[in-house]
Design a protein around this ligand. Sequence first.
Ligand code: ATP
Ligand code: MG
Length: 392
Amino acid sequence: MSTDMIIVFFGELSTKGKNIMDFIRLLGKNIKHALREFGSLEYEIKKDHIYILLNGCDYESVKSKLLKVPGLLSCALAKAVQKDLNSLQEEALKVYLETGKISFKVDTKRIDKTFEIHSDILNREIGAFILEKAETSRVDVHQPETIIHIMIREESAYVYAKKDSGIGGYPVGIAGKSMLMISGGIDSPVAAYLMMKRGVKLECVHFAAPPYTSQKVIDKIHDLLKVLTDYQPSIKLYIVPFTELEKSIYEIAGPSYCVTIMRRMMLRIAERLAYQHNCLVVSGGESIGQVASQTLHSMKVIEEVGSLPFIRPLATYDKTEIIALAKKIGTYDISIRPFEDCCTIFTLKDPVTHPNSEKVKEIESRLDYQKMILDCVKNVEVQYITDEEEEF
Ligand code: ATP
Ligand code: MG
């Protein structure tokens, strides 16, 4: 049975001061949850690293889940070796050759202080062995292309060099909660991913306008959120019945101010839900200048109705950058399925790019929207999307 071990590296976490153990414990909890299908794994949660003993589990399968856990910078497969010089030399040579690099150095950590050979002697003896056996090898202690790490622990010695990169960021939940507005488009799922990556736990709100928008849109949102459960294992989705309010807005506002007012209503509702469910901020997938409602002028007028911070992780991203990220996280193919958004069901000619705040207020004063907002909030449908396999 494999006694190999995974070493987890933290990255930005390591800059945290006194509360560093809170971060590491939460990361450990999130990792254990993500890897719960691998029953025989054993964990050691320490200040420098999290160690995961494989106990026979396959590294590649574990790795594919592990690397998606926010807060993990990278991980390495450390090969278990007998605690004697010869075994260490042989394994170190193998690991070095696998890297395909030329210049190297050996770096030993002797955690088991009873081990008789000291770190600097191990570094020298193992380095000399590699130099002798691998013809083109060269030692460079200052800027090596690869470092051969040796770790002497109580139960075994370990050798590793290559690290596999994770997504970095912070463990989900450490930063508090946000209410994220999710449409079925490309942008909002990417914004969701970036929020999660930064340690923010999300609850999501979607505005639906049946019968103008169909169940297919809700299915699409489900599929998108299902992909995102790789990063946050359980996501709560609020579906707001928006049809009545939207129709009234359209009747009163006319085409050019319709979107601005609709966005203000969405924000009012999203904030109510945010307050109800202890979210500290609201977030969404807007990118500066992408459409009329996303100019800075529009954002200002829309945000006037809010009191919570509104975070837009994609504000400065180009569409090509957003698409690349959507492909990387696996939401793109779902996002491009055709769908009707509640904002696109009425054809709106020339939506205003520089809305006038006074004019917006004047239009809204002709709309008895308070009651409709209350109805929207009261009739919200709540659903849970989890990373559990679905039963058919
Ligand atoms: P794309 O621009 O790729 O079509 P998008 O999700 O960004 O997708 P936009 O029309 O640009 O859609 O909307 C900007 C933002 O407003 C979205 O990212 C989302 O946060 C929010 N939003 C739009 N429509 C809805 C909706 N029906 N329900 C909830 N939020 C929405
Ligand atoms: Mg967009």
